[in-house]
Design a protein around this ligand. Structure first.
Ligand code: UD1
Ligand code: UDP
Length: 366
């Protein structure tokens, strides 16, 4: 029986791997968690809400500079792989966990399946772009979510035999869990408490190129303040720990806290977050996963970045790139508020987890 090692480490990987882990139930697999994310509300809450098995290996890597963090992951993942000897390793997305997992497997000649292969921002300044490109080029199975993603890797010379267009597991996760969330009384109560039953915009922000640069973060804070005033709208802001830290370090946090229309809250669980997304008038974000989820849930999205590796959302007009210029952000928000919400979801029909597991299990050559 084919043996599969699933490696994950951050919030979006736990969420997007969950449909695959469910499909692997009763199969020969083990789970490695690097603990790149470790705070309870960035990690444990998702295992509980998504009813996932506890990881077989917690590597307790935590935070650090890129080389330090990736290097420590590589050392620890290799030890586990040497012991477990899987036929395949599955990684998802573009984090340091993904690169370390793929590299450790590659050096041991273990085949790699890359879930969400082929995404490109064409911006090598982003650490995620390096992680994606390198992982794609050492993978045996590349699970591209869309034809656009498949084309990117074909253009880089990767053989079409390795590429499978399977949709994005985020659709599986969204559809499976929105229904559960909507039926859950506690979550509906949470929604009305947080929103006070008023209309609101939902905001998230965590991308290094936005949070780690004072000028940019400062402009984004000013823009968000402007937006709340212009529309007299509550802005619900479940804040990533990185962003809270940087806003505090740069002395910008009070600019947000002094605005009673902006509600900073701790990061919330996935069920709570899906409900917050589904009921928002607009989503403002720099997250990759949110651009997809907004598109799936038919909520207009304004992306606070100069580029995106999810161009499909731009093609269907569910999303717009606003960058960090305050005037441009206000224009983009005005445009998206008026947008009609009848686009088609380009990320698949919610069967990606099943397709991926079938391909991997049938993929053993000997
Ligand atoms: C990482 C990924 C990014 C992904 C994001 C998902 C890389 C290079 N970046 O960014 O692609 O979009 O996860 O959220 O892999 N922290 C905590 N508790 C935690 C985790 C982080 O307090 O559980 C704080 C620490 O101060 C840490 C900082 O957040 O230094 C950044 O964490 P890190 O995992 O390095 O990067 P993310 O910004 O989360
Ligand atoms: N999310 C969540 N709680 C929050 C914020 C986000 O459950 O408070 C989920 C969201 O639904 C999406 C994922 O986290 O599935 C996105 O993670 P993030 O924005 O951290 O990473 P990215 O997608 O940009 O890599």
């Amino acid at each position: 029986m084919v043996k599969i090692g699933v490696i994950l480490g951050t919030r979006p990987e736990i969420i997007k791997m969950s449909p695959i882990i469910r499909e692997l139930k009763n199969k020969n697999f083990f789970l490695i968690h690097t603990n790149q994310h470790y705070s309870e509300n960035m990690d444990k809450v998702f295992f509980e809400e998504l009813n996932l098995p506890k990881p077989d290996y917690n590597l307790n890597i935590g935070s650090g500079n890129h080389g330090d963090q990736t290097g420590r992951m590589l050392i620890e993942i290799e030890k586990v792989l040497l012991n477990e000897k899987p036929d395949f390793v599955l990684v998802q997305g573009d984090t340091n966990t993904v690169l370390a997992g793929a590299l450790a497997a590659s050096k041991l000649s273990i085949k790699i399946g890359h879930v969400e292969a082929g995404l490109r921002s064409f911006d090598r300044k982003m650490p995620e772009e390096t992680n994606r490109v390198l992982t794609d080029h050492i993978s045996e199975l590349l699970f591209a979510p869309t034809e656009t993603a498949a084309k990117n890797i074909l253009n880089e010379g990767i053989s079409s035999e390795k590429i499978h267009v399977v949709g994005n597991t985020v659709v599986d996760a969204t559809l499976q869990n929105l229904e559960i969330a909507e039926k859950n009384e506690n979550i509906c109560k949470f929604l009305s408490e947080i929103t006070e039953n008023k209309k609101y915009f939902l905001l998230t922000l965590h991308r290094a190129e936005n949070t780690d640069n004072f000028e940019i973060l400062s402009k984004l804070v000013d823009s968000i303040n402007e937006v709340s005033k212009k529309y007299e709208k509550n802005i619900i802001f479940p804040i990533h720990p990185r962003t809270y830290k940087k806003l505090s370090e740069f002395g910008l946090i009070d600019k947000i806290k002094d605005n009673s229309l902006i509600k900073i809250i701790e990061p919330v669980g996935y069920l709570e977050f899906l409900i917050l997304e589904k009921n928002a008038e607009l989503i403002i974000t720099d997250s990759g996963g949110l651009q997809e989820e907004a598109c799936i849930l038919n909520i207009p999205c304004v992306t606070l970045r100069e580029n995106t590796e999810r161009p499909e959302t731009l093609y269907v007009n569910s999303n717009i790139l606003a960058g960090s210029d305050p005037e441009n952000i206000l224009n983009c928000i005005e445009k998206m508020i008026k947008s009609n919400r009848h686009w088609n979801n380009p990320f698949g029909d919610g069967n990606s987890g099943k397709l991926i597991v079938n391909i991997v299990l049938g993929g053993k050559k000997n």
